[in-house]
Design a protein around this ligand. Structure first.
Ligand SMILES: C[C@@](CO)(OP(=O)(O)O)[C@H](O)COP(=O)(O)OP(=O)(O)OC[C@H]1O[C@@H](n2ccc(N)nc2=O)[C@H](O)[C@@H]1O
Ligand SMILES: Nc1ncnc2c1ncn2[C@@H]1O[C@H](COP(=O)(O)OP(=O)(O)O)[C@@H](O)[C@H]1O
Length: 321
């Protein structure tokens, strides 16, 4: 008898930067209450899921060596969650994952969350689960605070632990230079460091989010640059004092402003336009303050089947007279 092997499914998924990250007090469950504005950037991972008897994960690309290939990979947790939901054996789900990293690992750009979101979307297709965006988003929130945003993309206001999202109007495209560090930084360590700093002094807190939302709606990068703010920046800089130099170097290279991305140590520099971003990237890469630089723009869409993207759509059949 002929058995039909489903075609592998590939999903592309973006990194994020927090344009505004206001961290409240630690809650009884250990999470901090946030008010944050996420923007999805054109720095992406690709996750392919394929039916296979031997389960497993292959990781390629940027920082692949430091990504776990076992059960602690967040994308594998997504496989197990949907396997359980759909009555499959989570230990023998009959799939392999291939992850191609473009998002820096442990860089504060939600790379693991991105892979988990991509896996949810890909398996929904491979296993024909027909879960809607809202259901996928609920599964995403079980996997991590940033995972729902990786699914949604664009620009969004996040509250709660970051998982409750409302889309935000962002006019025009913003242009960024991303400075990647030599080593990653742990998210829980950054939150713990912030609690420690707050217990012993009063580090500055970011202000209200409304002015930043207005700047996004205006589309003016100069206005936005004045309002970027991240409460975790003090913690990241305290754990990695060299970041001060990186932030200074980006502005000296011509960026409008620089910010630590989420829990760091990646730094993101907002530039006037695409040409300025290329110039800033070239100068920053010569300054010796980071491992490498990337140019990116945002907002971009969230996790997407690669076959749905316009550039990959098959050309319509030609009609010859
Ligand atoms: C800081 C942020 C900013 O967007 O992102 P990254 O910079 O790591 O990418 C997020 O809050 C990270 O979200 P995510 O990485 O999904 O965190 P989770 O897996 O849910 O939680 C990991 C740990 O981070 C801390 N955590 C996370 C979110 C939150 N609102 N409060 C917290 O205190 C907790 O210690 C938690 O155990
Ligand atoms: N698919 C994945 N990609 C990257 N890191 C992962 C993945 N799954 C688990 N991890 C682990 O999660 C940690 C945080 O990685 P990542 O999500 O890239 O950073 P951040 O939380 O700073 O945005 C890494 O140190 C790594 O051990």
């Amino acid at each position: 008898m002929l058995s039909v092997v489903p075609t592998p499914i590939t999903v592309r998924v973006p990194a994020k930067v927090n344009l505004h990250l206001s961290v409240g007090d630690a809650r009884p469950d250990g999470y901090h209450e946030l008010v944050t504005v996420f923007q999805a950037l054109s720095l992406t991972d690709e996750v392919t899921v394929l039916a296979a008897e031997e389960p497993g994960i292959d990781v390629h690309g940027e920082g692949a060596d430091s990504v776990p290939t076992g059960a602690s990979n967040l994308a594998w947790k997504a496989v197990q969650l949907l396997a359980e939901h759909s009555g499959r054996d989570p230990e023998e789900p009959g799939v392999r994952l291939s992850i191609n990293k473009g998002i820096p690992v442990a860089g504060g750009m939600a790379g693991g969350s991105a892979d988990a979101a991509a896996t949810l979307l890909a398996l929904n297709q491979l296993w024909r689960l027909e879960l809607g965006r809202d259901e996928l988003s609920e599964f995403a929130a079980k996997l991590g605070s940033d995972v729902p945003f990786s699914l949604q993309g664009g620009t969004a206001l996040g509250t709660g632990r970051g998982e409750r999202l409302v889309p935000v109007l962002a006019r025009h495209t913003f242009h960024w230079v991303i400075a990647l560090d030599r080593r990653g930084l742990s998210t829980p360590a950054a939150y713990t460091e912030l609690d420690r700093l707050r217990a012993e002094s009063r580090p500055n807190r970011v202000g209200e989010v409304e002015p930043l939302l207005e700047a996004l709606a205006s589309g003016d990068p100069r206005q936005l640059a004045l309002l970027l703010g991240n409460d975790l920046q003090a913690a990241a800089v305290s754990l990695r004092p060299g970041l001060r130099r990186t932030l200074r170097a980006g502005v000296q290279a011509g960026a409008l402003a620089g910010i630590v991305s989420g829990s760091g140590p990646t730094c993101a520099f907002l530039c006037t336009d695409a040409d300025a971003a290329v110039r800033v990237a070239a100068e920053l890469s010569g300054a010796g303050v980071c491992r490498t630089v990337r140019v990116a723009h945002g907002p971009v869409p969230g996790a997407k089947l690669v076959s749905e993207e316009p550039a990959h759509r098959p050309t319509p059949p030609q009609v010859h007279a």
